[in-house]
Design a protein around this ligand. Structure first.
Ligand code: SF4
Ligand code: SF4
Ligand code: FES
Length: 293
């Protein structure tokens, strides 16, 4: 993943900006509220010029460049590849670089907050450390038994196991699903949809040699059996992945393992199928229910 830029870290001179508290959206300007501070911060209001094909990231960048040089937020690729620009936009977790203002703020009002369920570093930048620590706890690191001297492993693209992996492999660790998950909000120890989706791709990887260790980790307290199967993660994932289905696969696999029915096999061999969800909208522009910050 490219290194994300943390905007607002410069010491540019602050420009004072006094805003009226009444609605300030009109045909030429947007009425924008942006979270400032840490967990105990507040929303500040800005008037931002409307532009054709404007994204939410464009709006945040405009505010940082023209009104609040110290505004902190994160982005890198601006094209839906790195996953670093995720924020809460009018109540929903989204990639801001792929979210067009015209689609989410037809009344000209935008409220932009940091991603839910992660500590806030400053303004719109969240600390992703707990997110990646859960990856580690779920056993999300590949372990093979081949050396550089061995021939390349051959995995047939149309093999059932490979297709299971394909269904979840394109996760870019944006954290949108984690922000959408109520169980993550309730339970600090819950591994969450991204880490469990990663575990599902590994457990179906025929080259992975730590499958039983992985199954033990995802079956532990706070693992896959804590998922309530509400599907908020799948509804919001901008890539169209379906962590809910992946977690269902893990639940079934861990139960079979508990019954001694074998766990040294892939999900497909257990009749577990995790499909990729339909993507009715362009990449990065999926809809999901509004969540509370
Ligand atoms: S599963 Fe989707 S929403 Fe969750 S981190 Fe991966 S790409 Fe982002
Ligand atoms: S399906 Fe499970 S992981 Fe996904 S949002 Fe619901 S509780 Fe969270
Ligand atoms: S900036 Fe990379 S996904 Fe938005």
């Amino acid at each position: 993943m490219p290194a994300a830029r943390l905007a607002g870290a410069s010491s540019w001179r602050m420009i004072p900006w006094v805003m009226s508290m009444k609605a300030i959206s009109n045909d030429t300007d947007l009425d924008v509220q942006i979270w400032r501070g840490r967990a105990q911060g507040r929303f500040e209001r800005y008037r931002v010029p409307r532009r054709a094909n404007q994204t939410v990231l464009d709006v945040v960048t405009w505010v940082q460049r023209h009104r609040e040089p110290a505004l902190a937020y994160r982005f890198a690729c601006r094209v839906g590849v790195c996953g670093s620009c995720a924020m809460t936009v009018n109540g929903k977790p989204r990639w801001t670089c792929r979210t067009h203002v015209a689609r989410v703020a037809s009344d000209g009002r935008l409220r932009v907050a940091p991603l839910r369920n992660l500590p806030v570093i400053k303004d719109l930048a969240t600390d992703m450390t707990p997110f990646f620590e859960k990856w580690q706890r779920a056993g999300g690191r590949f372990a093979g038994d081949q050396t550089r001297a061995d021939p390349l492993a051959r995995v047939e693209p149309d093999s059932p196991a490979r297709q299971q992996v394909d269904a979840g492999i394109e996760c870019i660790n944006c954290g949108v699903c984690t922000a959408a998950c109520d169980v993550v909000a309730w339970r600090d120890d819950y591994l969450g949809p991204a880490a469990l989706n990663r575990a599902w791709t590994l457990v179906n990887d025929v080259r992975h040699v730590e499958r039983s260790d992985l199954i033990r980790k995802v079956a532990a307290n706070g693992g896959c059996h804590s998922c309530h199967t509400q599907g908020g993660c799948a509804e919001h994932c901008p890539v169209g992945l379906n962590p809910t289905a992946a977690i269902s696969g893990l639940k079934r696999m861990t139960l079979l393992s508990l019954l001694g029915l074998g766990h040294e096999t892939t999900g497909e061999e257990h009749g577990v199928v995790a499909t990729r969800s339909e993507t009715p909208l362009p990449r990065g522009e999926r809809e999901g229910p509004t969540i509370t910050k």
